[in-house]
Design a protein around this ligand. Sequence first.
Ligand SMILES: *Cc1c(COP(=O)(O)O)cnc(C)c1O
Length: 329
Amino acid sequence: MFEMELPLQQIYITRKEISPYCLRTPLVRSPKLSEGLRSIVYLKLENLQEIGSFKVRGAANKILGLTPEQKIKGVITASTGNHGMAVSYVAKRVGIPAIICVSEAVPKNRIETIQRLGARAVVFGASQDDAFTKMKELQEQYGYISVHPFDDLEVIAGQATIGLELIEDLPTLEMVLVPLSGGGLISGIAHFLKTVNPSVKVIGISMEQSPVMYHSLKAGVPIQMEEKDTIADSLRGGIGLNNQYTFRFVNQLVDDVILVSEEEIAQGMAYLFSEHRLIVEGAGAVGVAALLSHKVKPFGNTITIVSGRSIETSRFLDAISPYQSFDLD
Ligand SMILES: *Cc1c(COP(=O)(O)O)cnc(C)c1O
């Protein structure tokens, strides 16, 4: 359906180009998630990426595709989370400058991480919006190239390489659960899988706390919402009122969007720790949360994308501590 905009061959080319920067992550079985059901559930472990999340795929594809002139100018973003880290990481390895605009509210350790990754942190204003305004200003003034976290075909092509790996590793897959925020991850995966086989079910999973794509789909147009606090903090934020790509992709390709509560997400994190000894951030555990809560029933060979691991130790321990019953038998 989007073959004109993003030909599958381009995704194969992308996979080859980004391979020095991205791991080909493993797909592992998680038998307890489908106990008693005629189904097998697998986890795609993007939390094992060197920089901690799948975002490195899109960032690498975008940055590698810049012209030499653009590379000399350098890249800029306002994300302090996984996207900002991925952009810093790729820029350093490619040897080009990166600037991350952050607000004064961003914790010191986050700023130190960005600096350790070789990027320049520009601290400005009290909110994320202020940091974003500063980014626009610097971009216009100095011609830095901004790397969008999701609404960009190059970024979507990078995330689509996950779909390619899934088909290679499990050609009989029937259903995929994908954490959903701005929709770059699910757009790429759904586009690849549905082009190969339109009957594969692709389900987006968001948190109950301000799921912007979910409500935008209901409204039929991109909408804005007030952000709420959530343990799945990497899923926070809007989709952009003048969204170019991901709203259309998700609207046409995704079969359903399911919402999970804060408790369900914490249970998902506890499950991944007790069963697999994985430390996964809230956003990375929403697919497991949807299965554990039976909000999604696995169907045949089902894959859930474990998207990242960026969470502070104390926050992780607080989240999983009510669920000691999940501990090893
Ligand atoms: C960014 C992110 C997501 C959501 O990706 P979108 O492309 O914005 O939908 C999910 N999980 C983690 C860990 C992320 O960093």
